[in-house]
Each structure stands twice: as structure tokens, then as C-alpha cells.
Design a protein around this ligand. Structure first.
Ligand SMILES: NC(=O)c1ccc[n+]([C@@H]2O[C@H](COP(=O)([O-])OP(=O)(O)OC[C@H]3O[C@@H](n4cnc5c(N)ncnc54)[C@H](OP(=O)(O)O)[C@@H]3O)[C@@H](O)[C@H]2O)c1
Length: 263
């Protein structure tokens, strides 16, 4: 299917690896020019070089910590200096540390909110005016299955991500008349370094092997496999497309059937 987004400009944060990189790569494959960022200069440079070489699109990179508002502001200025606008915004950040409620204190929740909620809000405020002015925009906020079904060992994630859904839903209603859609992506388990680390952590805390932890997880997922980054990238590219103009304010699970609720 032709997605009709060739030549558009996408800002994809936390994109040196994992889900952010998968979204950036799927967009680049559609001919979308990219502004990508993460905190580690060498790693984001490597990703930028790789995507540029593979897809021959314009790739701007920056070192940006999305928990720092001034870092977002500086990233935005570089994007606008270079591309003049932004059509697609994919918000993403690292995941908060695993643990149960009793493992944490109030301050830990504040940090998780800065990482996952405030970063999304600040990124939207930075790039939304350009989308609204040009009457075309796609905002994709990446969160987690935890917004529908909390995971007991991910208390910080359970709490810090639901506000993103409320923010994106509120935004979608306000932006609908301007041809700017806003949706939330909610991945279950997609194989990235983060999931690998969570499995290692689980193996350690439960005193089982990594292979056993992996097998246990696979058995919980109805399709009996962990998702691939490309699966996630394909969803992001579709939601960013011209064809997805009638989808807004939604939270879209990509979880191999793991969420066990009706809606
Ligand atoms: N993979 C899954 O199945 C899954 C499922 C549900 C939710 N999630 C969530 O989705 C997000 C991405 O997960 P992932 O699996 O792709 O993780 P990952 O493989 O560890 O990649 C994380 C990416 O985020 C960047 N990053 C981390 N903190 C950042 C910050 N403060 N500012 C800018 N960039 C930052 C990292 O680069 P630098 O280190 O260079 O900054 C890296 O590029 C996380 O919040 C995770 O909890 C993932």
C-alpha cells in the first residue's frame, strides 16, 4: 500500500535503538525525512548513518534528553532551522526501572512521570504549532500495554503512562478540525534491549535461567511469539500515513493478543 507520506518530515525521539529506531526505519522506508535523537552521541550517529545509507532520506540527528525541557527546545530549533516544519511526531523515551509499588518512593514516581508523561507533553507543545498551521499532522505517542493492563512488576510504568492516554485523547479532540490526528501505541512485548534486560532481571529475581524466563513469557502470549521491532514500525508508519486520517484519539495495542479484556 502506498502510504502517501514521501517527503514529509518526522521527528522520532529516543530512536537510536529499539522501538524508536523501528518507527524511524519504517518511516524512512516510506521516503520520510527524519529528525532523530537520543542521549548517546555515538549511538544516535551510528543509527543516523545507517538509515541515511539504507533509505537515502535526509536524517538530522541531535543529542537530546527528553526529560529536559531545554534539551527539547534546542532539538526543536535545530529541526525547524533545517526542515522548516514537522509533519509527524513520534514521542518515545526510555522505560522506568522495574519493581513493585513497595520497592519505590514518591520521588521515583515523579521521575517516571518526567520520563514518560512530561516528555510527551513537552514534545507535543514544541512541534504542534507547525502541524496546526499547515493543517496536516500525525502525533504518535508510544506507551505500553500497561495503560490497559497493569504489569505487577512494572509499577512505575503502570502509573506514569496512563496520563499520556488522557493527554493524547484530549489533544485529539482539540486538533481534529485541523487535520492533526493523535493516537497512542501500546506495545506488549517487542524484542528490544529493554525486553532483554527485563527478562534478565526476572531470571535473576526468580532464580531461573534466562531461557526459562523467555519461555514463560512466550507461553503467556496467545500468538506464542515475542513481537519484532518491524511489526511495531509497520503500525507506526500506517498511523502516520494519509490513509490513517480517520483514526484519532485511539489507543492501539500491538501485543499478540496478550491483553485480555473486551475493550
Ligand atoms: N519493547 C517493548 O516490548 C516495550 C513494551 C512496552 C513499552 N515499552 C517502552 O517503550 C520505550 C522504548 O522501549 P525499547 O524497548 O525500545 O527500549 P530500548 O531498546 O532500551 O531503547 C530505548 C531508546 O530510548 C533512548 N532513550 C532512553 N532514555 C532517553 C531519554 N531520556 N531521552 C532521549 N532518549 C532516551 C535510548 O537511547 P540513549 O540511551 O542513547 O538515550 C534508546 O534509543 C520504553 O519506555 C519502554 O519501556 C517497550
Amino acid at each position: 500500500m502506498e502510504l502517501n507520506i514521501k517527503g514529509k518530515v518526522a521527528v522520532v525521539t529516543a530512536s537510536s535503538k529499539g522501538l524508536g529506531r523501528a518507527a524511524a526505519e519504517a518511516l524512512a522506508a516510506e521516503g520520510v525525512n527524519l529528525a532523530i535523537c537520543s542521549r548517546d552521541k555515538d549511538r544516535i550517529q551510528e543509527t543516523a548513518d545507517d538509515l541515511q545509507a539504507k533509505y537515502n532520506v535526509d536524517v538530522l540527528l541531535d543529542v537530546c534528553d527528553v526529560t529536559d525541557k531545554s534539551s527539547i527546545e534546542s532539538f526543536k530549533n535545530k529541526v525547524i532551522d533545517h526542515f522548516k516544519t514537522c509533519h509527524i511526531l513520534f514521542t518515545n523515551a526510555g522505560g522506568p526501572p522495574p519493581g513493585k509499588v513497595e520497592d519505590f518512593k514518591g520521588e521515583d514516581f515523579k521521575q517516571a512521570l518526567d520520563l514518560n508523561l512530561l516528555s510527551t507533553i513537552n514534545l507535543v507543545y514544541a512541534f504542534l504549532p507547525f502541524m496546526k498551521n499547515q493543517r496536516w499532522g500525525r502525533i504518535l505517542a508510544s506507551t505500553s500495554i500497561t495503560v490497559k493492563q497493569p504489569i505487577p512488576t512494572l509499577a512505575l510504568s503502570n502509573v506514569s503512562r496512563v496520563g499520556v492516554v488522557a493527554f493524547i485523547k484530549s489533544l485529539a479532540l482539540e486538533m481534529a478540525p485541523f487535520n492533526v490526528t493523535a493516537n497512542t501505541l501500546a506495545p506488549g512485548y517487542i524484542m528490544t534491549e529493554r525486553v532483554d534486560d527485563l527478562l534478565k532481571n526476572q531470571a535473576k529475581t526468580e532464580n531461573i535461567s534466562y531461557e526459562d524466563a523467555l519461555e514463560r513469557l512466550i507461553q503467556k502470549i496467545p500468538v506464542k511469539t515475542i513481537g519484532k521491532p518491524e511489526d511495531f514500525g509497520a503500525l507506526a508508519a500506517f498511523l502516520a500515513s494519509e490513509q490513517a486520517a480517520y483514526i484519532t484519539g485511539e489507543t492501539i495495542l500491538i501485543d499478540g493478543g496478550l491483553y485480555n479484556g473486551l475493550m
